[in-house]
Structure formats: C-alpha cells, structure tokens
Write a protein that binds this ligand. Structure first.
Ligand SMILES: *[C@@H]1O[C@H](CO)[C@@H](O)[C@H](O)[C@H]1NC(C)=O
Ligand SMILES: *[C@@H]1O[C@H](CO)[C@@H](O)[C@H](O)[C@H]1NC(C)=O
Ligand SMILES: *[C@@H]1O[C@H](CO)[C@@H](O)[C@H](O)[C@H]1NC(C)=O
Ligand SMILES: *[C@@H]1O[C@H](CO)[C@@H](O)[C@H](O)[C@H]1NC(C)=O
Length: 403
C-alpha cells in the first residue's frame, strides 16, 4: 500500500486488522470446523484466521488475494484461498460456487468484507441453507445514521434510523460508511424475516487497535510520541475538538478470540447484534499517554491544536460517542485483555517493527505517511530524529549527494 492509499484508507477507516505472534505450530487440516471467511486478509481478519488455523479449524478465505504484512507466511500456507472480488458478485467466482456446491454445511461464515447490502444479499443467495451461523463484522459507525435519543453510551437497540425523512437523508449523506454498513446489516436481518435466511450474529466494533494495522494510525502516534523531544517544529498535539471526546476501542486479538468462542456457543447468540469493545473509554490524550507510559515516557507534553490540519486526527472514526457493552458481557461472557497489557503488546510490536527488518516495507510506509501528513516541509529534520532515536539508517529517503 502506498502512503497516499494509506491516507485514503485512514479516511475510510475500519480497514481490518491482524496480530502479534507468528504461526509456529503447523496444524494439519485434518480436523476442526469448516469455516468460510470473506476478507480475512486485513488487520482484524488475519488475526482471526490465524486464531482459527492454530486451533485446527479448516478455513477457506475468499478475497482479492492481497497478503499484507507477513500473512503470506503466517496464514496463506495454512488455508484454502479463493480469489474473488465481491464487487463483481460472488456468483461469478467459479471456485467459490463449486466449493459451495460441494459443501453440505459451513460451520460458520465470517464476513469481514461486507461494506454494503450487495455483499450480504449475494451471500444470502449463494449460501442459503448451507450456513450454521453467519457472523457479520459491523461497526459502531452504523449508529451515526441512527436516531439516538439519550446521552448514555450507545446500546444495540439504538440502531434505529430516524423516522423523519429529512433527518434520515441528512445523516446518510454525512455518514456514507455507516449508512452502507447498516444496509449490510439490514439486508441480513431482512432475509431472516423474509424466508428464514440463516442464523446470524452481528458484531459492532469501534476503532480496532492492534499490531499490523495497515491504516498506520497507532504506529504514527507511537512514532510521534517516541520522537517527542526530537521534533522541535512539530510538538505533540491533539485537535482541540477532541479534548473531551471519549471513545470506545477494541483490541484485535480479543475480537479474534471472541469469534472463535462464538462458534461454541448456543442459540442465545443467534440473530442478535452485539457491541464489542472495552468497557472503559479513553480520550485521545489518555490513549497517547498510555502509549507514552508503555514507552517509559511518563511526562509527555501534549498541547491542544486549534487548527486541526496541523495535528493528527486518526482516532476516533465515529461521532456518536462510546458504546455500551453490557450485552456482550452478559450473553457472550466478553472479557477483553487488560488495556495496559494490550497497549504493551502493541507498542512492543511496532517498536520491533521499527528496528527489525521483517516489516521494512511497512516501516518505510509509516515514515512516509507521517512526513506526508505532518512533516512535508522539513523532511530531513524528521529523518534525523528517527535515525537518532531508533539508531536506524534512512539514507534511502534522502536526496543522493552529488558525486
Ligand atoms: C477443508 O475445506 C476444504 C474446502 O471446504 C475441503 O475441500 C477439504 O476437504 C476440507 N478438509 C477437511 C479435512 O475437512
Ligand atoms: C452442483 O453439483 C451437482 C452434482 O452434485 C451438479 O449436477 C451441478 O451441476 C453442480 N452445480 C454447479 C453450479 O456446479
Ligand atoms: C449499559 O447498559 C446497561 C443495561 O441496560 C445499564 O445497566 C448500564 O448502566 C449501561 N452502562 C452505561 C455505562 O451506560
Ligand atoms: C547503532 O547501530 C549500529 C549498527 O548499525 C551499532 O554498531 C551501534 O552499536 C548501535 N548503537 C547503539 C547506541 O545502539
């Protein structure tokens, strides 16, 4: 991914995600459940697929065939992969059609790549009668197009569009992503009501944090914090409008584990939507301080920036505020990794990625993304600081000296 597409990706947010440990144990595909995954190569999806294959499940991934980060080694050898672009309709993907034909029933379908009703409709047509449980990965951004009538944390039952047509339209125009994600949900629910469809579970996630995030959101903040003292022309700031804004977050690894556990649960989870996030919420400043603490930088100076174009605005991606997760706790036994532990794991991953060789492509991309967004006028000052703090060479970014 180039830095400009990365920026586009950040703006579109909710690009999916992946996880820390490498697949060390080769599980032969001789036992386990038959799981069909749409997407699964993004940040969250790859973590999930890894969790399933490590536990011996038989995973077939359906996507366009991009292997991000180290997933070519971490995941590809252990799954069946079907190359398919859902934009063209899955019925045009012969290998998938054939697989479905040969399969009596999938133990689960996990859908990471439904961004509109088209995808859930197509799946409904092709997979009808063959799915034990269909898990749709949705987003808390769907609440941005709904009519929330209270100030407490958003609950699942707040997912109701406004009755007023003008308001309905206004929200849809402002929040296109949330609108489409909600249409994907509505289609799935509609099929169930119309003719039985298949049992489903909808998970509504807030911003996902974790290693291998191709939006580089976390990594850019981590870099900025780490370079705090070394960047005189760009001190650490947060946009003023986020000063008091509390956001929900979820850790990719926890969602992967939850998805695995969902398949062992009974009827109580069927045909339900669940908010899945940490119970606690954080302001952006609190999040940056948590990253700083993990980097042994306890005394961060963080200023408020009135001109938000001069600061990074990467979290949060929704405006309706945090979500209430009591339903997931009660029904699913949801119990995420302690936040400090998650932060530690994520910070360690990106620090290692910065000094190691494995992720040299991503390292170059995050550096270029940072320069592009914040340091275009004084690149060399930035490169100097990175080289000094991490003891790495960025010679390849500097103009060649005349010989
Ligand atoms: C794993 O799944 C693929 C595709 O559904 C199938 O061809 C294969 O037979 C399965 N393997 C096992 C051991 O179930
Ligand atoms: C599905 O399999 C049956 C045989 O079991 C075959 O007759 C049929 O043509 C197949 N359909 C597709 C779409 O491959
Ligand atoms: C979340 O919802 C539950 C159940 O309705 C309620 O008891 C609880 O107070 C809510 N929590 C917050 C933080 O709003
Ligand atoms: C920096 O890296 C070089 C090798 O690239 C190494 O020789 C040197 O000891 C390192 N310096 C520090 C302070 O770690």
């Amino acid at each position: 991914m180039t830095s400009s597409s990365c920026v586009a990706c950040i703006l579109a947010f909710m690009c999916t995600a992946a996880m820390v440990t490498a697949a060390t144990t080769k599980q032969p595909l001789t036992r386990g459940r038959n799981v069909l995954v749409f997407g699964g190569n993004g940040f969250l999806g790859a973590d999930t697929v890894e969790h399933f294959i490590r536990n011996g499940d038989n995973v077939t991934m359906v996507n366009r065939g991009n292997w991000y980060w180290d997933s070519f080694n971490r995941i590809k050898p252990y799954v069946r992969h079907i190359s398919c672009d859902r934009k063209n309709g899955i019925a045009s993907c012969d290998d998938l059609v054939q697989l479905v034909n040969e399969t009596t029933q999938f133990d689960a379908v996990i859908d990471f790549s439904a961004y509109d009703e088209k995808e859930t409709k197509d799946s409904g047509v092709l997979l009808r009668g063959k799915v034990k449980i269909y898990i749709l990965i949705s987003s808390d951004s769907i609440y941005d197009v709904c009519d929330k009538t209270h100030d407490a944390k958003t609950k699942e039952k707040d997912a109701i569009r406004p009755e007023d047509v003008d308001e309905w339209n206004r929200l849809v125009i402002v929040h296109d992503y949330g609108h489409r994600k909600l249409r994907a949900e509505e289609e799935l629910v509609g099929q169930r009501h119309l003719d039985g469809g298949y049992p489903y579970v909808i998970l509504r996630l807030p911003d996902v944090i974790g290693p291998r995030d191709s939006t580089y959101r976390w990594w850019m903040y981590q870099l900025w914090i780490k370079l705090e003292k070394g960047l005189p022309s760009k001190p650490l700031t947060i946009p003023h409008f986020l000063v008091d804004y509390h956001m929900s977050l979820v850790y990719s690894k926890d969602v992967a584990k939850l998805l695995f556990e969902l398949l062992q649960m009974g009827d109580e989870i069927r045909d339900e939507a669940f908010n899945v996030a940490y119970d606690s919420t954080w302001t952006l400043e609190e999040l940056l301080r948590a990253i700083g603490k993990s980097l042994a930088m306890d005394e961060l100076v963080i200023a408020e920036e009135k001109d938000h174009t001069k600061s990074l605005y990467l979290y949060p991606s929704v405006r309706r505020g945090p979500i209430n997760v009591s339903k997931a706790k009660e029904v699913l036994g949801w119990e995420p990794t302690p936040f400090d532990e998650a932060v530690e794991e994520i910070v360690t991953f990106y620090e290692d990625a910065m000094t190691g060789e494995t992720f040299y492509i991503q390292k170059d991309e995050v550096i270029q993304s940072f320069v592009h967004r914040l340091y275009a006028e004084n690149r060399n000052e930035f490169y100097d600081a990175v080289e000094k703090v991490y003891n790495i060479s960025l010679q390849h970014f500097r103009p060649k000296d005349e010989l």
